[in-house]
Design a protein around this ligand. Structure first.
Ligand code: C5P
Length: 224
């Protein structure tokens, strides 16, 4: 049986995560935060002293990765458990994002996580966010979105997000870190950050979340 998928790709801080949750909540569909998988694997590597360049060690670790993503039914509060331990706070730091982007450039690591990601496709449907959801993981998705926003605005959103969680952050540092991470994600050989040919591009700079969500829901209703 065919299970529909909506993919939402884009750079860090483009609003993917929030928008994915709202669209999924509206439709009553499942969610996949694929970035969280790379982030969890990066944390597992730090915990088990596997170097971020050690492709063989990372692939082995990915095969044994014991991770659980839990969410409230209204998707408001999501938690991530690594080997039973709640890592939701460390998961969101820019240091973890940067480590995730390093391991994400290794082809073996991407392949090792591919089937885990595809397993999230379950009835009645899936909304998946990441960098290569529309290009590699779910190329047959019925609706593909590619979100962009200026680096300043994305850094500001991240800043507010981190501060909101009571974490320390500096806006200038975030601008540099996010720009670095974008560059690495865009220029890597395997599954670089590029829009799928059939993706709808939405620039979210200065646009409210509500507006973007409404635009996506319109596309979904026109395509299903
Ligand atoms: O989206 P998020 O900031 O959580 O992603 C963290 C990192 O994981 C990204 O910078 C990217 O390098 C990597 N990633 C990826 N492919 C995805 C999702 C995330 O390479 N589908």
């Amino acid at each position: 049986q065919f299970t529909p998928v909506i993919t939402i790709d884009g750079p860090g801080g483009s609003g993917k995560g929030t928008i994915m949750l709202r669209v999924a909540r509206y439709l009553g569909w499942h969610t996949l935060d694929s970035g969280a998988m790379y982030r969890v694997l990066a944390l597992a590597a730090l915990k088990h002293h596997v170097a971020l360049e050690d492709e063989v060690g990372l692939v082995r670790l990915a095969g044994q990765l014991e991770v659980q993503f839990t969410a409230q039914p209204d998707l408001s509060d999501t938690h991530t458990l690594l080997e039973g331990q709640d890592v939701s706070v460390e998961l969101r730091t820019e240091a973890t994002g940067s480590a995730a982007s390093k391991i994400a450039s290794l082809a073996g690591v991407r392949l090792a996580l591919l089937n885990r990601q595809r397993a999230f496709r379950r009835a009645p449907g899936l909304v998946a966010d990441g960098r290569d959801m529309g290009t590699v993981v779910f190329p047959d998705a019925g609706v593909k979105i590619f979100l962009t926003a200026s680096v300043e605005e994305r850094a500001e959103r991240r800043y507010k997000q981190l501060k909101g969680k009571g974490m320390d952050a500096k806006l200038v540092d975030l601008i540099v870190e996010i720009a670095d991470r974008d560059e690495r994600d865009r220029s890597r050989a395997t599954a670089p950050l590029v829009p799928a040919q059939d993706a709808q591009l939405i620039d979210t700079t200065g646009v409210s979340i509500e507006k973007v969500v409404a635009q996506i829901l319109q596309l979904v209703s026109a395509n299903t």
